[in-house]
Ligand binder design. Structure first.
Ligand code: UD1
Length: 416
């Protein structure tokens, strides 16, 4: 994560930007691809660091991968099944490595998964994943940092999630897709990436119904078949560029998006005084004369996404008045606060709540990205700060934003 990004502030963004495929859909679909024998081709997979790590994990378990000339990614698992263990060295780099648990159990009934790493934004336990997979008949034990999982007697089950965890819903969906009988996930996550996984599994021959609502029904099938599938656009990347337009006093057309996925973000941007309207080509965001203070609560979809919380905080740092952000999904997501304060922001934190007292301007400083979305928020601050902002640990940002330097430069930002 040692890369450094330098931004010269004060250049409004104008023009258009094309959004890449969704990181979180790409990662889970890459894991799910091992469930079918033969070549799966995924379109729109973003060329970002998390995807590169996922590819290394796939290669390490015996899966052949190739970036094709047209930008698609080919994934060919070996016919007899994959090596059923992920390595600590790779798994520690990426939270989404845990998704091989459900995929391997569904594919071949056995998995040894190194406890995953990823952005340090909270404790990120696995209890809901484990509870769900056990209900489907897997025996799971946690030893020496690995989850040892084996299907003893697979049986369909009704699983209630205490919290609509994205990863737990995905792991359970993948295993249940191959578990005989009808399984039901109650209080399931409803994120668009869950719907994309359901569509992909169904495309491979699974029978998943209800994804996008809080009850998902999965009828197990014997076999999944490979094919070619295009993943959805990245709503968080889109939201980040929308805020970039609003904070920099510019006007940007954000292309290749699914407008429905962006409603929670659009609503808050409008409240904050930006003009947002849909066109045939995408969503246009034009900065308002001033930034108005708003209150935000992060919640599971369709609530305001936790992955947009830091970027929103950067915007509200410059509002005319005080705003409040309540973080309800991850407990450790206010690390951005100290970094924004280095740039002149006035923010107080009490537990899960932060109060942002808007200031007239931010100024350039040396700051550090503490996670992927905090890094994005520092870029947003840097776009309008007086002088130069130096972002250390910028590698975090490249984990999730494809060609971010090129895309921002094309819109008029000055960075290196
Ligand atoms: C996914 C996304 C991440 C996003 C998050 C919430 C991927 C690769 N990552 O992460 O970008 O920020 O959803 O939208 O898709 N929890 C438990 N027990 C569990 C699992 C989760 O208590 O077994 C808790 C977590 O600590 C957290 C909350 O549930 O407080 C949400 O986590 P979850 O939805 O599982 O997030 P991820 O799937 O890790």
């Amino acid at each position: 994560m040692r890369d450094t990004l330098v931004i010269e502030g004060g250049h409004p963004l104008f023009g258009q930007v094309t959004i890449s495929g969704a990181k979180n859909a790409g990662l889970v679909l890459m894991a799910a691809s091992i469930m079918a024998d033969g070549e799966t081709i995924l379109d729109n997979v973003p060329r970002i660091r998390d995807v590169e790590v996922m590819i290394r994990i796939l290669n390490d378990i015996g899966v052949k991968t190739d970036w094709n000339e047209d930008g698609s990614l080919s994934i060919c698992p070996p016919p007899g099944g994959v090596k059923n263990q992920t390595s600590y060295e790779l798994a520690k780099l990426l939270r989404a490595s845990n998704l091989f648990l459900g995929a391997m159990l569904g594919r071949q009934g056995e998995a040894i998964i190194s406890m995953p790493g990823g952005c340090d934004i909270g404790t990120r336990p696995m209890d809901l994943h484990i509870k769900g997979l056990q209900a489907l008949g897997a025996d799971l034990e946690l030893e020496h940092g690995y989850i040892y999982a084996k299907v003893i007697k697979s049986n369909a089950a009704r699983i209630y999630l205490d919290f609509p965890s994205v990863g737990a819903t995905e792991n359970i969906m993948m295993m249940a897709a191959k578990t005989p009988g009808q399984s039901i996930i109650e209080n399931a996550a409803k994120e668009p990436e869950i719907v994309d996984l359901a569509n992909f599994l169904n495309f491979m021959g699974a029978k998943v119904r209800g994804a996008g609502t809080d009850i998902i029904r999965i009828e197990g099938v014997n076999e999944l078949k490979p094919g070619r599938y295009a993943i959805i656009p990245d709503r968080i990347e889109a939201g980040t560029y929308m805020i970039a337009a609003a904070i920099s006093k510019g006007e940007v057309l954000v292309q290749n998006i699914i407008p429905n996925h962006l409603h929670p973000i659009v609503a808050k941007l409008q409240e904050a005084g930006a003009a947002v309207h849909e066109t045939d080509q995408g969503i246009v965001v034009k900065a308002g004369d001033k930034i108005l203070p708003v209150d935000v609560k992060t919640l599971p979809y369709p609530g305001f996404p936790t992955d947009m919380q830091s970027q929103m905080m950067a915007l509200l740092s410059l509002a005319e008045g005080s705003s409040m952000i309540v973080e309800n999904v991850f407990e450790n997501r206010f690390q951005i606060v100290d970094e924004l304060k280095r740039m002149g922001a006035r923010i107080k934190v009490e537990g899960h709540t932060s109060v942002i007292e808007g200031v007239e301007s931010l100024y350039g400083a040396r700051v550090k990205a503490t996670d992927l979305r905090a890094g994005a928020a520092l870029i947003l601050g840097g776009l309008v700060a007086q002088g130069e902002t130096v972002i250390e640990n910028a590698g975090y940002i490249f984990r999730g934003y494809e060609n971010i330097r090129e895309k921002l430069t094309a819109l008029g930002a000055r960075l290196k």
